[in-house]
Each structure stands twice: as structure tokens, then as C-alpha cells.
Design a protein around this ligand. Structure first.
Ligand SMILES: *[C@@H]1O[C@H](CO)[C@@H](O)[C@H](O)[C@H]1NC(C)=O
Ligand SMILES: *[C@@H]1O[C@H](CO)[C@@H](O)[C@H](O)[C@H]1NC(C)=O
Length: 401
């Protein structure tokens, strides 16, 4: 550990160091005490239950259920059609509820008569449990988005499907869409889905323009962290904050670090930053970062690359098997929204997804939207969500709305 610490210190000294934000906000522990329902939803007048789902590989995930909106159930409807929300990287289920009730997609769906279910992947502040390993164990962090798709997403959707006895509408953002697109290439998951809406869809990452991410890729941050034995990537920890500081070199607009990472967001509420930082960012695994960086370096949508010998042992081939978007059934209705200022889900990469699909997804493009706008824009209710809800309603008419 002594050597690791000194390598890290050396690395940090080599990198240009600048302070971009008020670290004390990040250093505070996240507000997660009694769960997401108690923290955000019930205080705002929404019914909310905490559920627990165990994955086949032993992770214990929390899933929130908001059975209806503030107005109660409408008319004779027992409950609306279920919709499952899957957050992105370094985020958690709170993502869908951190703006006002009029602006946040989770609240809007509940108030439109949907039966809302919220996913939280392994390792987030809301899902820190495993039957055998503690969050401090190396084994707890031995996964990437591939396992989030195969185990977490499948377990959570199956749970909602079996409790509601109904096909489920799916909404994912960013990493939530990689999970979905890879899971949907397998027949088991698709059978449970009524229709899917993908915000900032990602399968290919080689046209990414995020200066922050490209810098991390060129510095081989992923491999470096693995060498240092850091398996958990937590930007609220001392090491995490040092990493952020080091990547933020003098050429970047440090006052707008978020833009350096995600692209310029047209309609992000900066004055609400402290509130967002009460919940986010959430931890993820270094192996996940490594897998995403492999995609950026190679332009593939494939399983984790263990090197030719590791691949041969694991997959029987020297290259990791690719996911084939054409395996997603044409019968699955898809809706996709993407933005001209998104530095992570670049329009060129999004178009490559569309080309690879058998079906023709319904598209929504906004030139001025960045990566975070799709979940946090103060105008998203008009720019994006109205269209998304109409798309879902065209597949199942909500009688009382
Ligand atoms: C932005 O956030 C502030 C602080 O939470 C809030 O008072 C304001 O209403 C928000 N603005 C919009 C347009 O939502
Ligand atoms: C894109 O978003 C901007 C900012 O909210 C909005 O003014 C504009 O109408 C949107 N464009 C479309 C085509 O929806």
C-alpha cells in the first residue's frame, strides 16, 4: 500500500493541479440515510415504497416504487402501466427526482398515471449490499456495465414484471442505455418490455468529444487505477477528489467542469448544484471505467477485453464477442433522444446505433441539448418528456388521461 500511495502522489505531482470547485461539498457524505423514498419522494407528497432485489451474483439492489402521483389513483384504474427508470454512470435513482416536481421525469410520469419503478445499480449509495462481500472488498467491484445489464437490469425488470403481471415500459439514460441495448439483444429481457425510450443512447463511444474524458483516456487513468489497486471509483473520496483535480488542467474551463465532462448543457440549473451534490456523484467500479475506455479506444460495442490470452480462456476467441444491435427484435418499439451538444453520446455514434438496428426508432434531436440536459434541463418537460410520454401512450392508452 505504501508503494501504491507514493506512486499516486508522484502521479498527482506530475499532473497539473488546479482547484475547480468547493471540495467541502463533495467531501460531505451523501444524504442517503433512510433511502430515496424517505429522502426525496415522501417529503414532496408522493407515495413511495422501498423494495429489495437480489441479483444472481449476490448483489442486493434497492428499487423504489411510486404507485401513483400526488392526485391519487384516477377513476376506476387500479394502477397505471409500469415504467422502469434506469440511471446512468456515477448516478443513482435520485437522478429522476432532483429537479422540482414539475420538471423531473420521475414525478411527471407518476402524475401522468404511470406506475413508476426506479432502478439503482450495484455500488451506488442506494445499493451498497452483497450477500458475501463488503463494499470495501476488491471482489465487490469486479464488474462492468456488461454485468449491470446481465444481472442488475434483468433482475430488476423481472421483479417489476412479476409483481405487476404486466410488460414494462423502459426509460434509460446514458449507461442505462448501454445496459438496455446489450440486454435487449437477449430474448429473455425483451419479452418483458412493452417499449423503450433511450435518452442519450450509447453503444459506440469513439466519437466522444469530452475534453475531460479524452484526457483521462490519453493518461490511461483506467489502467493506472487498476495498477494502484483502486477498484472502487468514488469521487467523494480523497483519492477521487485528487483525480478530478489532476484531470482538470489549465486549458479547461474549470468554472464549468460539468461542461468539460458532458458537453455544454443549455438548461442546467447551476444554482441548484449544491442540492445535486447532496446525492451525486455515486461510486462505480474502475473495471467499468476500463471497459468504457476500451470502447473509446477501439470503437467497439463488445464484451470486456481481457487481453488475447484472457479472452481465449473466457470466450474461446482472442477478441471479446461483440454485441449485435441487429439481434434486438424489430418488434420492440424504440424511441431515442439525443443532443447536438452532447460530448459523450455524440450524434455520429448515435447514428451508428440507428444504422445497426433492424427497427426504425422514433427520434428526437435537440441541437442545444448536452448530456445532462436530458435528465436535468429545466425545459425538458416541454422539449423531451411530453414527446416521450405521447410515444408510450400510443402503445398503451391511459384511459383517464
Ligand atoms: C433552480 O434552482 C433554484 C434553487 O434550487 C430554484 O429556486 C429555482 O426555482 C430553479 N429554477 C428553475 C427554473 O427550476
Ligand atoms: C431545444 O431546446 C431549446 C431549449 O430549451 C428549446 O428552446 C427548443 O425549442 C428545443 N428545440 C426543439 C426542436 O424542441
Amino acid at each position: 500500500m505504501g508503494t501504491r500511495a507514493s506512486i499516486l502522489i508522484l502521479l498527482l505531482l506530475l499532473l497539473e493541479n488546479c482547484r475547480c470547485w468547493d471540495e467541502s461539498t463533495l467531501r460531505r457524505p451523501p444524504s442517503t440515510g433512510d433511502g430515496l423514498c424517505a429522502q426525496i419522494l415522501r417529503p414532496l407528497g408522493y407515495p413511495c415504497e422501498e423494495h429489495t432485489v437480489q441479483t444472481k451474483d449476490g448483489f442486493i439492489l434497492s428499487v423504489q416504487h411510486i404507485p401513483h402521483g400526488r392526485g391519487g389513483l384516477k377513476g376506476s384504474v387500479e394502477s397505471g402501466p409500469p415504467v422502469f427508470l434506469q440511471h446512468g454512470l456515477f448516478q443513482g435513482g435520485d437522478t429522476w427526482f432532483v429537479n422540482s416536481v414539475e420538471e423531473s421525469l420521475g414525478f411527471i410520469l407518476a402524475d401522468h398515471g404511470f406506475d413508476v419503478w426506479v432502478g439503482n445499480v450495484r455500488g451506488t449509495h442506494w445499493s451498497p449490499g452483497h450477500v458475501k462481500f463488503s463494499v470495501h472488498a476488491k471482489e465487490f467491484w469486479d464488474w462492468s456495465w456488461e454485468q449491470l445489464a446481465e444481472y442488475d437490469l434483468t433482475a430488476m425488470i423481472s421483479y417489476v414484471y412479476s409483481v405487476t403481471h404486466s410488460k414494462v415500459f423502459f426509460i434509460g439514460h446514458s449507461q442505462g442505455t448501454i445496459m438496455a441495448l446489450s440486454a435487449f439483444t437477449m430474448p429473455d429481457a425483451v419479452e418483458m418490455i412493452e417499449a423503450a425510450a433511450l435518452l442519450c443512447p450509447i453503444s459506440y463511444l469513439d466519437h466522444i468529444t469530452s475534453r475531460f474524458v479524452l484526457r483521462a483516456v490519453s493518461l490511461h487513468l483506467d489502467q493506472l487505477l487498476i495498477t494502484l489497486g483502486l477498484h472502487q471509483l468514488n469521487f467523494r473520496s480523497d483519492t477521487g477528489i485528487q483525480i478530478l483535480d489532476s484531470l482538470c488542467d489549465g486549458h479547461m474551463d474549470c468554472n464549468n467542469l460539468l461542461a468539460s465532462i458532458t458537453g455544454v448543457n443549455c438548461c442546467f440549473n447551476m444554482t441548484r448544484m449544491d442540492y445535486y451534490l447532496e446525492y451525486e456523484p455515486h461510486p462505480s467500479s474502475t473495471k467499468n471505467l476500463n471497459h468504457l475506455f476500451q470502447m473509446i479506444r477501439k470503437g467497439t460495442f463488445a464484451r470486456f477485453d481481457y487481453g488475447w490470452w484472457g479472452n481465449l480462456k473466457r470466450y474461446g476467441h482472442i477478441h471479446p464477442p461483440a454485441f449485435n444491435l441487429a439481434d434486438i427484435p424489430e418488434s420492440l418499439p424504440l424511441w431515442m433522444a439525443y443532443g447536438g451538444n452532447d460530448a459523450l453520446a455524440d450524434p455520429i455514434d448515435v447514428k451508428r446505433i440507428i444504422k445497426g438496428l433492424k427497427s426504425e426508432p422514433v427520434l428526437l434531436y435537440n441541437d442545444s441539448y448536452g448530456h445532462i440536459d436530458f435528465i436535468m434541463s429545466v425545459n425538458a418537460k416541454d422539449d423531451v418528456y411530453a414527446n416521450l410520454i405521447r410515444f408510450f401512450q400510443s402503445y398503451r392508452w391511459l384511459s383517464s388521461y
